[in-house]
Each structure stands twice: as C-alpha cells, then as structure tokens.
Design a protein around this ligand. Structure first.
Ligand code: COA
Length: 150
C-alpha cells in the first residue's frame, strides 16, 4: 500500500470520516464532534488517503506536554494493510516535533486488534479505568507511549 498518503484532516473530509466512525464504534462521534475538534487549537487530526479515497483517520488532543489519541479507525475493507500503523507513526512524529513527552490512549480490553497495534508501536499498559465504556459496558485499559526518553 505505498499509494497511501497521510495528510492533515480538514472539513471536507468529515463526511467520509463519519462513515468510517459509524462502522467502527458503538458510540460514534457525530459530524459536529469532528467539526468542533477541527476548530480546536488543542486538537490535531490526520486522514489516510488511498486513490483519492479517505480510508482511515486518527485524532490527537493536546494538554500541556501530553497527547491523548481520541480515535483511530480504518475502513473495514482496508484493514490489515498497515494503514493504522502509518497513522500512529504520523502522530508519533507530530508529537516529537511539538515537544510532547507522552501519548496516552484508552482501549477496550476486548479489542485485541487495537491492543496489538498499540503494543507494536511501544505503547505500554499503565492503568485501568472501571466501566469507562458503554454499549457494552467495559473497563478501559490506559496505554502510554513515551516520546521523549527520560
Ligand atoms: C484497530 C484498527 C484501527 C487497525 O487498523 P489496521 O489498518 O487494520 O491496522 P494495521 O494493518 O496497520 O496493523 C498494524 C498492527 O496492528 C495489529 N493488528 C491490526 N489488526 C489486527 C487484527 N485483526 N488482529 C490482530 N492484530 C491486528 C497487528 O499487530 C498489526 O501488525 P502486523 O500487521 O505486523 O501484524 C482497525 O482494526 C479498526 O479500525 N478497528 C475498529 C476501530 C477501533 O477499534 N479502533 C481502536 C479504538 S481504541
């Protein structure tokens, strides 16, 4: 998949991103949710483009020198082709360029594919939040990637 391009997300990408969001999550973000994020100076979103089609996206929220990955998803027909990996690499590069020292995220313990993805990119489990998710109710694993070595 070397025709994959990772670019900054803009308003024109929201409709395509919402379609992927809806097929990927039981409590999806709305169009408005993505719009608000693109308006925020504390958020940075990227999309993956393949043959002019938007096939995945990732969102990062910033708080001080920490980043929080809010969502990452790839359109179901395009999974297992390295696209999420490319999106994670882009966020890690963005974090390095912006002096962010850690990137955090939450993931359902049942989401073994996402946990494998994050583990591959050196995220470590650092905690657990009880009943964090709904539909279905489930804890969240908290994972963290150090960006600037101590
Ligand atoms: C999780 C998700 C983003 C992975 O996207 P992807 O583009 O298919 O992932 P990649 O092809 O880049 O895979 C990178 C690594 O992730 C892991 N991985 C991805 N899908 C996997 C699966 N179905 N089973 C096991 N490991 C998987 C593997 O370690 C893989 O590395 P490898 O190919 O060298 O084995 C995708 O399955 C998705 O959109 N799921 C629904 C939304 C979601 O759950 N997002 C995460 C919320 S926390």
């Amino acid at each position: 998949m070397d025709k994959i391009e990772i670019i900054s997300m803009t308003y024109e990408h929201i409709d395509d991103v919402v379609i992927i969001e809806n097929e990927s999550f039981s409590v999806p973000w709305s169009h408005r949710g993505f719009e608000d994020s693109l308006n925020s100076k504390y958020a940075k979103f990227f999309v993956a483009k393949f043959d002019e089609k938007i096939v995945g996206y990732i969102g990062l929220y910033l708080a001080g020198d920490a980043g929080d990955i809010t969502n990452v998803a790839v359109s179901s027909q395009y999974r297992r082709k390295g696209i999420a990996g490319r999106l994670i690499e882009k966020v890690i590069m963005y974090a390095k360029e912006n002096n962010i020292s850690v990137v955090n995220l939450e993931v359902r313990p049942s989401n073994t594919s996402a946990i494998s993805l994050y583990t591959k990119y050196d995220f470590k489990e650092i905690g657990r939040r009880r009943n964090f998710y709904t539909k279905p109710t489930e804890d969240a694993l908290l994972m963290q990637r150090e960006i600037i070595e101590q």
